[in-house]
Design a protein around this ligand. Structure first.
Ligand code: HEC
Ligand code: HEC
Ligand code: HEC
Length: 448
């Protein structure tokens, strides 16, 4: 073979590999493709409607129905700054190449969306295009919301427009070149937003289809729980296999028994989603607590059941780096063993501050919500969420009021947080973590 020919073949091979890799990323499966069922347009579907509000939501008031849907889609979590007015925007989304701020979506005409027409609102929710025709960034999950029906999106608009306007300008994004070129999003949208409305699956039950609509078009569970590809789009080949969201670990929620939620009963999953806590499985903190508090806890029992039915069917994917959680109280003998092999600072802090609520065995002493045993976060060898909970605290509503975990981010240094996080995983978890102060600093910076 001549050198020229060899070179040509080599170039051809590189091109084929590059095109193949591109096609692999660009034309991956959609979020419901794992079900492999026959899908039809909503208008051709004879079953009960999977869209709108559920039958057990009895109010006929259009604003209340819009509120139900706005909650199901959790518009508020992202569109409210810490301590800010609901829907007035300004929450920071910290990316490696700058910060994006969520917009004011109250009906203020100058700084919000008060002057937007229905078609303009639909273009933003379905296609990520604003009233001026400018592209939004996919930090706004329009690729998920594109599955929402026009009627449901407009019911949400009617609800937003029923609230008082808030005059508050959205801060300018700080993205660096070339990420500050919104026009480039045209390529992302072409590749990753199919702009299709929800299409029910004829081979699945009405309950599954309702759950699919809630999960994909509304609650966007995949936005946090599904890993992303190189271009930051969801990689549905690994649907629900776990990912990092705003510096928190959104764990594997596939049906894998050991490393996903395949071992949880339906009732356990339903309780976690609607209350943010399941005995023996831990409490939701951070972004999941927000999803529960602002969104999932308002879903009717039939909708929670539908979500569980749908989520259960995601194919199992194992996460070998996540050992199965250790259940039950940690034996007292373990205490000295762990203390002997770990940074004494961790034990000192746990003893001085944490043990009063979490006790030496990890069983919550004041409230069962403070039980550390069995929680995925405590058993995660990266200790990401343990460190985040210590930094920002958590609180769950219970029938007797609030169960509060105080925030220690201001009172403790990065080294102290690392030490206590490592102590907690070593003493109560399946595998000790070795978080460093530097990693804790990065976690602080990643949280929104
Ligand atoms: C995961 C976070 C997130 C959720 C959930 C979310 N948004 Fe957004 N949204 C954003 C961000 C961030 C922006 C700003 C994007 C940009 O600047 O490119 C935005 C922008 C918008 C805009 C454009 C406003 C303007 O002035 O340009 C509208 C309209 C909007 N969102 C409506 C909604 C509605 C309605 C919902 C619920 C159905 C919702 N959003 C849920 C993050 C979110
Ligand atoms: C904004 C991001 C976000 C969204 C949206 C979200 N989650 Fe989560 N989820 C998380 C995080 C982060 C955790 C870990 C919480 C912790 O450790 O306290 C979590 C934890 C969970 C857990 C517990 C897993 C375990 O092993 O302990 C389940 C189950 C779950 N989510 C299901 C869902 C479902 C179903 C949806 C959609 C209805 C959803 N989540 C939406 C971020 C999110
Ligand atoms: C005043 C009581 C109190 C103190 C002090 C306290 N906690 Fe907590 N902690 C709680 C409660 C209550 C929860 C559950 C809160 C929730 O999720 O809303 C919790 C949750 C947690 C979780 C998450 C558990 C899970 O289910 O995933 C971890 C980890 C944790 N605490 C660690 C610590 C550490 C480490 C300290 C000491 C630096 C500490 N806590 C101090 C009350 C406390």
């Amino acid at each position: 073979m001549t050198l020229g020919r060899t070179l040509l073949i080599a170039v051809a091979a590189v091109v084929v590999v590059a095109v193949g890799a591109f096609a692999w990323i660009a034309f991956g499966p959609g979020p419901m493709d794992f079900a492999h069922g026959r899908r039809v347009e909503l208008t051709a579907y004879a079953g009960p409607s999977p869209t709108g509000v559920p039958a057990d939501f009895t109010s006929t008031d259009p604003v209340a129905r819009g509120q139900y849907l706005a909650r199901a889609a959790d518009c508020q979590a992202c569109h409210t700054a810490r301590g800010g007015k609901p829907f007035a925007g300004g929450l920071a989304f910290k990316l490696p190449f700058g910060v994006i701020y969520s917009s004011n979506i109250t009906r203020d005409r100058d700084t919000g969306i008060g002057a937007w027409t229905d078609p303009q609102f639909l273009a933003a929710v379905h296609r990520g295009v604003d009233d001026q025709g400018v592209r939004l960034y996919p930090a706004m999950p329009y690729a998920a919301f594109s599955y929402m029906t026009d009627a449901d999106a407009l019911a949400i608009k009617a609800y937003l427009f029923s609230l008082p306007p808030v005059h508050q300008a959205t801060p300018d994004n700080t993205l660096v070149f070339p990420f500050n070129q919104r026009r480039l999003m045209v390529v992302w949208d072409w590749l990753f937003n199919r702009d299709h409305r929800f299409r029910p699956d004829l081979d699945r039950s009405p309950e599954w289809n309702r759950g699919a609509y809630l999960s994909e078009a509304m609650a966007h569970c995949g936005d946090c729980h599904t890993p992303r590809n190189l271009l930051q789009a969801l990689d549905n080949r690994q649907k629900y296999a776990g990912a990092v969201a705003a510096g928190w670990r959104a764990f594997n929620i596939t049906s894998d028994r050991l490393t996903g939620v395949g071992g949880w009963s339906d009732a356990e999953l339903a309780q976690y989603l609607s209350q943010g806590h399941t005995p023996g499985r831990g409490a939701a903190a951070g972004p999941m607590a927000e999803a529960v508090d602002l969104s999932l806890r308002y879903l009717t029992p039939s909708d929670v059941k539908a979500l569980v039915t749908y989520v259960r069917t995601a194919p199992p994917i194992a996460t070998p780096s996540q050992p199965p959680p250790v259940p039950g109280p940690a034996p007292a003998s373990h205490r000295e063993k762990v203390a002997a092999s770990f940074d004494p600072l961790g034990k000192q802090i746990f003893e001085g501050v944490c043990a009063s609520c979490h006790s030496w065995t990890g069983q919550g002493s004041l409230t069962p919500l403070a039980t550390l045993n069995g929680s995925r976060a405590v058993n995660d060898p990266t200790a990401t969420n343990v460190a985040q909970v210590v930094i920002s605290g958590a609180n769950r509503r219970t029938v007797d009021g609030l169960a509060v975990m105080p925030a220690f981010g201001r009172s403790y240094s990065d080294a102290e947080i690392a030490a206590v996080a490592n102590y907690v995983t070593a003493r109560f978890g399946a595998k000790p973590s070795s978080v460093t102060a530097k990693q804790v600093e990065a976690l602080r910076n990643a949280a929104s």
